[in-house]
Design a protein around this ligand. Structure first.
Ligand code: KG4
Ligand code: ZN
Length: 337
């Protein structure tokens, strides 16, 4: 069975083709991705209208690329999967619209996938795929959650952020430091030459005893420091503040992940979402988990941020388990924003 997947929830247009074998792990046959980051950079963030328009421009050429690279004819596709939400309404509509139209033309069903389930299952695209059950740390631009994952579709939220997401904390702090959008990777790079001890920043809810998060206060503290540094901070001061910000976010993420592992008694941790690409987070989680006999799984670096492969993969895993709610005809194409 072949699944073609579309992702268009925010500023990345992704298309991928996954083969679902009778037995064994689904295989990624081809994928294509277009990032709109450079287009939105001038505005300091994603402009929804521009995002939708660019998805419209990119989606069909990307789909053609995937089919050509995998030597697959359109008629061979069995299921068309797409991100049904959450995300930007206009952006989601493009992926959903194309998926539903394609499926209707092929007389094949569609399968709407929750964007976060795509992230959550993205480590299954790597050679070293995890086994169920595991604790998942989902850290993206819009979400920060710890979950107990028993099987596909069995997700118990153990804790989440009460305000900003970890990615948002990275991006907003980066903006205050004058870095381009999306700030996470830029802040991480700047932090490499910085001394995290040069600034004292809060770690909200660190000792709450629960796997919950709060990052809004950190952003305010960074703003206070930026103001204190005045109009012309030195490069070293900026690097130090970036390092302190990153250290604060990472410390909270590591500590809460360990708490979730302890309370569930699970010995496997899966990290997913854009912030999962952060090197300091990976280093500190690896070290802390190694001491506790916990295995940590990550998606491949290129699959941490939004992509079509994770959507096709999540659809494939649902199909394999007979739990996919396939839609055809006028009911197809449901989505949520
Ligand atoms: O998962 P994702 O692509 O989009 C959402 O679904 O939100 O995550 C994007 C987020 C952004 O906030 C970005 O700054 C952050 O992931 N990010 C990073 C790094 N790479 C991406 N944050 C910290 N360090 C990184 N290396
Ligand atoms: Zn995402």
């Amino acid at each position: 069975m072949l699944v073609l997947g579309f992702e268009s929830s925010c500023d990345e247009t992704g298309v991928a083709l996954v083969r679902v074998p009778e037995q064994g792990a689904p295989q990624l046959l081809a994928q294509a991705l277009h990032s709109q980051i450079s287009m939105h950079q001038a505005y300091g963030g994603v402009v929804p209208e521009l995002a939708s328009r660019d998805h419209i421009r990119r989606v069909l050429p990307l789909a053609r690329e995937v089919l050509a690279n995998s030597n697959t004819a359109l008629a061979e596709i069995d299921v068309v999967a797409y991100t049904q939400g959450p995300g930007l309404a206009g952006a989601l509509l493009v992926g959903a619209g194309v998926a539903v139209a394609l499926a209707a033309a092929l007389e094949k069903p569609t399968l709407g996938i929750h964007h976060l389930e795509g992230h959550l299952l993205s480590p299954f695209l790597s050679a070293d795929a995890p086994e169920f059950p595991f604790v998942a740390l989902l850290v993206s631009g819009g979400h920060t959650q710890l979950m107990r994952v028993t099987e596909v579709g069995q997700y118990e939220i153990l804790g989440e952020t009460i305000d900003d997401a970890a990615g948002e904390a990275f991006d907003k702090s980066a903006k205050l430091l004058g870095l381009p959008y999306p700030g996470g990777p830029h802040l991480a790079r700047l932090a490499e030459g910085g001394d995290a001890a040069a600034f004292e920043l809060p770690r909200p809810l660190l000792h709450s005893g629960k796997p919950d998060f709060s990052f809004a206060g950190l952003k305010t503290a960074v703003l206070t420091q930026v103001k204190r540094l005045g109009e012309a901070p030195t490069e070293q001061q900026k690097a130090d503040l970036a390092a302190a910000t990153q250290a604060a976010i990472v410390e909270v993420l590591v500590k809460k992940s360990l708490l979730a592992l302890k309370t569930t008694g699970l010995k496997r941790l899966v990290v997913a979402g854009g912030v999962g690409a952060n090197r300091l987070l990976r280093e500190q989680l690896n070290a802390a988990c190694a001491r506790r006999g916990v295995r940590v799984h990550y998606p491949e670096l290129s699959l941490c941020t939004d992509n079509g492969a994770m959507i096709a993969m999540a659809a494939a895993m649902r199909l394999q388990r007979g739990m996919a709610v396939l839609q055809t005809g006028p009911d197809a194409g449901g989505f949520e924003v």
